[in-house]
Structure formats: structure tokens, C-alpha cells
Design a protein around this ligand. Structure first.
Ligand SMILES: [Cu+2]
Length: 472
């Protein structure tokens, strides 16, 4: 993390401050903005003051530190142009907050008094809307309706109490189509104050990310902001597979995923190998009796969902949007279906005229994953990612849930590829032979991991020990 004095540091402050119309005293009163240069998943921010809580981990992101001022948590968001590396070799000119898109996650506790300074370094006005919060109407951030817009170069302050625990987002309510298409959004988590909330379980790992979409023409660097639905880049926290970090957990951990959707379409988020329950929505925690097991949950536009499960199956499990074109990089939409077309010989003839010509997909599109296509600079390959068994043929909204028995509690490091037990991988069968039986998995308790319905009392079905239990 990289701290920089927004107004040029103590030594240079005289000239920098003189250039603004705001008094030196007023500037000194602002908390120093904290900026993030890295796209790596930051370690959870253990709260240094205030009510304690189990912090979240933001996928390829970070949590914004705050200053405690007479019992009020003070944050400083800076709305500004940023360059987000969506994948190595693919950098996009975005607008974001504090150096990145999405902006930093804000974490507070139910009942906290929160003051958020928002400095506008964009070339146009903006506001911040605190999506889902209970707050005084004048703090809701709807430009022109509940407040004047924040002009370029100015700092506004929002203040309210975090009244309801849950999963929230923030985004501009000013020239929204442009500003959200440019990547302006962030996550907000309000942790429960009570140590035993009736509808909020303790978890061992709590991850969050925002679904994003961009329209970046191959070879260009800036999203098109007039696009309404036809986006070509689909991201988790403005990163695309294989550049999205994996979610690394210890076998037996109770895991919470918080996902928010600020794209212009719905995303059915699907997890392999486990059943989960939706334990919270935009409106707050879901009572246990109202939950049901799922392996896919649709997240509509503007919604947030909390998914919870016990990660009790070891392996590298895919976690992705189930719209298959959302797990691909940019491609033309007018590619003809070539499956079954025999164009042997034709390509060679065309190549004499067009040296880079390639035949696309006469056996499907899988060739695209391993082909070395000539691409314009700063272009994301359409399907990429290498796994231990070959090309993953994926891009966009895809990552891995890595479950390991030897992952240490509190350790978020990528453990590398899963080492499968001998004979426990799907494999070729030679004609006329009978392969040895694959090893059977150790008997694992039936029933869904987060099951809380039916007659069983919670204590008997909650197989995950609390976070403390792993430490002994
Ligand atoms: Cu999707």
C-alpha cells in the first residue's frame, strides 16, 4: 500500500494548497487519502480500533483504512482516472477510486458513525451513492435530487450511521452510464455488532467482489461509454481470468462469498463441487428457515448476494458466471459457425493473399485457446489460461476455489495446482481393456453444507467449527 499526500506532502504543501480555493486549515482537516498501486489481493485489514470483526478479503482488491476522529470513522475516497491492469499485458484507462477500479472496500460495524470525504479528481462532476444503505435522504448521493454534484477539484463530505449489517456497494449517481462504464464502483460491508446475530453465522473466510463489464475494442485502451448492453469484457473486480486470483481456503472452512452486480445484465454465478445457500441479499441477512441449497444463483442488475458453504471437498473447483460468453475474452459477434465445414486447402490459398489469415473453429472453438493468433497490442486473448492438463479455454468471469487440507488458517496464499490422488482423474480408456477402478472418496457426510432447514437443529448440521477451532 502506498500512501501519498493528496496535496503534495508537508514540504510542498504551500504551493499545492495555494493553487486550490480551499483554506489550509480545511485541507489539514482531511484524512490523508490512501492509494493502492497493486492489483494483488490484499491481506484482510484487521481493524486497529473500534468494534472488532472478522474482515473480508477483496478479490484482487483491498480495504480502505480509516481514521478514528472523536468516535467517528473517517474515510477519504478520491474519484480519479486510473489505469487498471485487467490482465498482464492488458491495461485499460478507467475511472475509479484511490488508484484502482473498483475502488477500495469500505468495512464498518453496525452502529458505526461514518464520515466519508469524497474528492473529485475527474474531469466532470460526480457523486457517490451508498447502494442499499439506510441513511438520511440528503446523504444518498443522487446528483441534482438529494445533493448538488461534486464539481471537479472539490471535496464533499457524507456522514451517516451504518444502521443495518450486510453487503452493500457504492457507485456514482451522476452521469452514471459513463462513470460506471468507466469502472467507478466499490464494495461496502457492514459487519454485525452482536457476536451472535440470529441470521449471520461466523465464517472462516469472507470474500467479496463486484461483477463488471466493459466495452474495449481490441487494440484500444479506453472503454466505450455509450455501450448499453453489448459489452465484450466480463470481469470480477475489473480483472479477467486467468488474471483473477484464486480463492484459497482450508478444507472444512465455512466460506462466505459476497458478490455485487453493477453490470447491465444478470450473472448466474456457479460453484463446482459444493452446495451453497444464499445467506444474504441486498435487503440484509436471510433467515435460516428461508434458505435453500443451490449450486448456481442468479445475480440480477444492481443486486448483491452472499453465498455460504462449507468447503469440504479438496481440489481446484471452478467458480464462474454460467453465461458462457462471459467466460471468454473479446470476440467478434459475427463469426460464422464453421463446425463441420471442411475448408482444407482453402486457408492455404487465402494465406497467399492475406498472410495472417486463420480459419476459425472448424472443429469448435477450442483451437482458439492454444493458437497463437496475431492480436493487436493491448488486446486480451479470447480464450486463455493454462492448467496442469492444458489450455483452460476460459477468460472473463472465471476463477478457482482452491480447497486444501493443509492450507493454514488465515493463509490466503495460492497453494498451486491440486495434486489429485493416483487414478482419480478422468482418463483415456484403451479399446478392449478394463481400467482399474478409480479410488472412492472418503465417505463424506451427506446433506448440503449449510443446511439449516428441516427438523434438524442447527447444531447437528453445522459441521464447520468456528474460526477459533482451527487454531488449536
Ligand atoms: Cu455473466
Amino acid at each position: 500500500m502506498n500512501r501519498r499526500n493528496f496535496f503534495a506532502g508537508a514540504a510542498g504543501a504551500a504551493t499545492a494548497v495555494a493553487a486550490t480555493s480551499v483554506s489550509r486549515v480545511a485541507m489539514a482537516a482531511l484524512p490523508e487519502p490512501v492509494l493502492q498501486a497493486s492489483t494483488a489481493t490484499a491481506a484482510p485489514l484487521i481493524p486497529p480500533n473500534g468494534h472488532p470483526y472478522q474482515p473480508v478479503v477483496t478479490l484482487n482488491g483491498w480495504t480502505l483504512p480509516w481514521r478514528m476522529n472523536a468516535g467517528v470513522k473517517e474515510f477519504h475516497l478520491v474519484a480519479e482516472p486510473v489505469v487498471r491492469e485487467m490482465a498482464p499485458g492488458f491495461k485499460v484507462n478507467m475511472w475509479g477510486y484511490n488508484g484502482q477500479s473498483p475502488g477500495p472496500t469500505i468495512e464498518v460495524v453496525e452502529g458505526d458513525r461514518v464520515r466519508i470525504f469524497v474528492t473529485n479528481k475527474l474531469p466532470e462532476h460526480t457523486t457517490v451513492h451508498w447502494h442499499g444503505q439506510r441513511l438520511p435522504n440528503g446523504m444518498d448521493g443522487v446528483g441534482g435530487i438529494t445533493q448538488p454534484h461534486i464539481p471537479p477539484g472539490k471535496t464533499f463530505v457524507y456522514e451517516f450511521s451504518a444502521r443495518r449489517p450486510g453487503t452493500f456497494m457504492y457507485h456514482p449517481h451522476a452521469d452514471e452510464m459513463t462513470q460506471m462504464a468507466m469502472g467507478m464502483m466499490g464494495f461496502w460491508v457492514t459487519h454485525p455488532k452482536a457476536s451472535a446475530h440470529p441470521h449471520i453465522e461466523k465464517v472462516d473466510r469472507d470474500f467479496c467482489f463486484l461483477l463488471g463489464s466493459f466495452d474495449v475494442e481490441p487494440g484500444s485502451k479506453t472503454p466505450k461509454v455509450a455501450t448499453m448492453t453489448d459489452f465484450n469484457i466480463w470481469s470480477f473486480n475489473s480483472r479477467v481470468f486467468p488474471a483473477i486470483d484464486s480463492l484459497n481456503v482450508r478444507r472444512g472452512d465455512r466460506v462466505r462469498l459476497r458478490v455485487g452486480n453493477l453490470t447491465m445484465t444478470n450473472h448466474p454465478v456457479h460453484i463446482h463441487g459444493h452446495e451453497f445457500e444464499v445467506t444474504g441479499t441486498d435487503g440484509g441477512p436471510v433467515p435460516r428457515t428461508a434458505r435453500w441449497p443451490e449450486v448456481t444463483t442468479d445475480i440480477a442488475v444492481g443486486q448483491m448476494r452472499q453465498m455460504e458453504f462449507v468447503a469440504d471437498e479438496e481440489g481446484d473447483w471452478a467458480l464462474h458466471c454460467h453465461k458462457s460468453h462471459h467466460t471468454m475474452g473479446p470476440m467478434g459477434h459475427d463469426v460464422p459457425t464453421m463446425i463441420g465445414v471442411d475448408h482444407r486447402g482453402i486457408a492455404e490459398k487465402i494465406r497467399k493473399l492475406v498472410p495472417d489469415y486463420m480459419v476459425m473453429g472448424d472443429k469448435g472453438m477450442a483451437d482458439m485457446g492454444s493458437m497463437e493468433m496475431p492480436l493487436p497490442d493491448n488486446t486480451l486473448p479470447m480464450m486463455s489460461g493454462q492448467g496442469p492438463f492444458g489450455a483452460a479455454e476460459m477468460g472473463g468471469m472465471f476463477t478457482l476455489l482452491k480447497v486444501r487440507r493443509d492450507q493454514k488458517p488465515g493463509d490466503y496464499k495460492d497453494p498451486g495446482w491440486f495434486r489429485h490422488p493416483l487414478g482419480a482423474v478422468a482418463r483415456e480408456v484403451a479399446a478392449g481393456t478394463t481400467p482399474p477402478a478409480a479410488p472412492r472418496a472418503a465417505a463424506s457426510p451427506a446433506a448440503s453444507p449449510a443446511t439449516s432447514s428441516g427438523a434438524a437443529p442447527d447444531a447437528t448440521v453445522r459441521r464447520t467449527p468456528g474460526p477459533g477451532a482451527h487454531h488449536h
